[in-house]
Design a protein around this ligand. Sequence first.
Ligand code: 5RP
Length: 237
Amino acid sequence: MDSQTQMKKIVADEAIKEVESGMILGLGSGSTAALMIKSLADEIRSGKLQNIKGVATSFQSEVLALELDIPLIDLAAVSQIDLAIDGADEVDPRFQLIKGGGACHVREKLVASKANQFLIVVDETKLVQNLNQSFPLPVEVLPNAWKQVQEVIVEMKGNSSLRMATKKAGPVVTDQGNLILDVLFNDGIKNPKDIELRLNNIPGVLENGLFVDLTDKVLVGKIENNTPVVYSPSKVV
Ligand code: 5RP
């Protein structure tokens, strides 16, 4: 196992310690969340956790949960989620996030917004001082709006590219049937709340990957003396 996977695995296992029997649980997307879902399945199989219901944030997490016999419930059928556990692409000291590296941020944000507790699991490569210095912000757009949205983003001093698929000709198509623009702003993102609102106000934009004031706790995996360890940083307020 490479060192990044070791960090992801230890943090995923640690996150499951926060789960209690009877919980409705938001199941995040991406490689770290997938490890968390596998760890959850182990605990359910062993009988340690009982009566868990998962709310999937993507086809990826839905398929994985089905394969591992984790009972699922539809987002529309629950009034609240006890705990949502998800990965992130960037985490700043105020726990503001960029998500959507896997193009799943629409449902991820819906689940996070309905969760009493939103727990982020990352390896330490995801910690940044300022958002969007290197990782582009994913913006989900309606298919025939992508050019028009790109032009507005230029007015906001951002450059965007249409995310292209691998092993399929043409662009990535999201779980909702839309496209993704990956945006780098010239000066990064200094005011995430403002940028989140301005982007979502552009006609044709469904949702962007800024998660502002949603995160309650972050677990970080790192390698110390050749051993993977977990810590939980305090939020800068
Ligand atoms: C998917 C996401 C993921 O949580 C994010 O991309 C992190 O993924 P990984 O754990 O594979 O690094 O937001 O839309």
